[in-house]
Write a protein that binds this ligand. Structure first.
Ligand SMILES: NC(=O)C1=CN([C@@H]2O[C@H](COP(=O)(O)OP(=O)(O)OC[C@H]3O[C@@H](n4cnc5c(N)ncnc54)[C@H](O)[C@@H]3O)[C@@H](O)[C@H]2O)C=CC1
Ligand SMILES: O=C(O)CCC(=O)C(=O)O
Ligand SMILES: [Mg+2]
Length: 377
């Protein structure tokens, strides 16, 4: 098939797109292992972790992490790095080498939210980081907080999102005036890698079911291949129940009653996980509460689910809990369990006591909430 007159990010020539020929799926090999780098050995008892403080509310919530970590005497030295993009000599948009080298060296990073211009401008730096370090699994847990009442008391979902391709591939062309094509790229390798990680995560965390969330009724080949990978990996985990659910139906079921989802891990292509994770956050009190980890084989980057909160940035209104809980996922990943438990307990105690930021109906600003957590350490 010939795609004529490609514009924008696509090369200015007609592209020959081969007729899609997928090998018999049943014969495709499955490879990669669910490993991920933990952290380098500490030097003089301290670990060095890269810290990208981010944009907008990123600055304020990163400061909260900084202060609470100092007060809790966490043995971490932050290596602050910027990922502000620039155009290199070849005219390509890149992020600074220092940031890449720092994360490569330390293997663990904490990241505040990074803003992405809408409709034009630079590509998402969040996406760039995930791709640069092959952070193939985005783990997004969402659990009701004791002491903070919402219409749902029993949310305990774990969502694992394929993190490097899918609808987030950013391959777009203007075919002719008024006709734009956006390509959802799904590979067996990435699907299988995230599927294996999902089963591994379920096994490690006492969850006895993996549910693949998809739209293979509509995207028969792409989501079909994703499901194929999940089904193949499921055979390696006979003690874990495997099932599948359509994305729209899963959304309906979760908002009607999230409690059945506490037994499982959901795994899905990129965009579905992006949307479903914000939806799950809404069940427990909003984006101020939900953490995530971008897991790779050679590095992992922990960040909140939320963005840069431009509507509240610089106003001492942001809830630092989501980034703090992301940092707690990071501490557990680094096997710093005692510090993780201590800080987590202090955060939950603070929220349960009624000392809360505005997003949870409280009166405290970011700084005052941070001070309250420190008091509860
Ligand atoms: N991983 C990342 O760095 C992400 C970056 N983004 C980027 O962030 C920018 C803003 O995106 P939005 O759609 O506005 O989403 P957003 O997540 O920044 O904000 C959505 C709503 O939630 C509120 N909110 C978010 N975090 C909060 C917190 N910690 N405490 C209290 N309220 C909080 C905001 O005030 C806003 O009303 C965009 O450029 C987007 O591309 C969005 C999501 C993730
Ligand atoms: O990269 C972005 O700007 C948005 C990313 C996002 O929404 C997410 O990772 O949940
Ligand atoms: Mg999102």
């Amino acid at each position: 098939m010939l795609v004529p007159a490609l514009r924008s990010s696509a090369p200015r020539m007609a592209l020959r797109v081969p007729a899609m020929r997928v090998r018999s799926m049943a014969s495709m090999p499955l490879t990669s292992a669910p490993t991920s780098a933990f952290a380098k050995e500490p030097v003089n008892g301290k670990y060095t972790v890269s810290f990208i403080r981010g944009d907008g509310i990123g600055i304020e919530i990163s400061e909260a992490v900084d202060e609470i970590y100092k007060a809790a005497k966490v043995p971490i030295v932050w290596e602050n790095v910027s990922v502000a993009p620039f155009i290199n000599k070849q005219g390509k948009q890149v992020i600074p080498d220092e940031a890449i080298e720092s994360i490569k060296k330390n293997t663990v990073a904490l990241k505040g939210p990074l803003a992405t211009p809408i409709g034009k401008g630079h590509v998402s730096l969040n996406l760039t980081l995930r791709r640069t370090f092959s952070l193939f699994a985005n783990v997004r847990p969402c659990k009701s907080l004791e002491g903070y009442k919402t219409p749902y008391d029993n949310v305990d979902t774990v969502l694992i999102r394929e993190n490097t391709e899918g609808e987030y591939s950013g391959i777009e062309h203007e075919v002719i005036d008024g006709v734009v094509q956006s390509i959802k790229l799904i590979t067996l390798e990435a699907s299988e890698r995230v599927a294996r990680y999902a089963f591994h995560h379920a096994e490690q965390n006492g969850r006895n079911r993996v549910t693949a969330v998809h739209k293979a009724n509509i995207m028969k080949m792409s989501d079909g291949m994703f499901l194929h990978a999940c089904r193949q990996v499921a055979k390696e985990y006979p003690h874990i129940t495997y099932d599948e659910d359509l994305l729209d139906r899963a959304c309906l079921r979760i908002v009607q009653d999230p409690s059945p989802y506490a037994d499982r891990v959901m795994v899905m292509p990129n965009l579905y996980g992006d949307i479903l994770s914000d939806m799950c956050a809404g069940l427990i009190g909003g984006l101020g509460l939900t953490p995530s980890g971008n897991i790779g084989k050679d590095a992992s980057i922990f960040e909140a689910v939320h963005g840069s909160g431009p509507d509240i940035a610089g106003q001492n209104k942001a809830n630092p809990t989501a980034l703090l809980l992301s940092s707690i996922m990071m501490l557990r990943h680094m096997r710093l369990f005692e510090h993780a438990d201590k800080i987590e307990k202090a955060i939950f105690k603070t929220i349960a006591s009624g000392d809360r930021t505005g997003d949870l109906g409280g009166k405290l600003g970011t700084k005052e909430f941070t001070a309250a957590v420190i008091k509860n350490l």
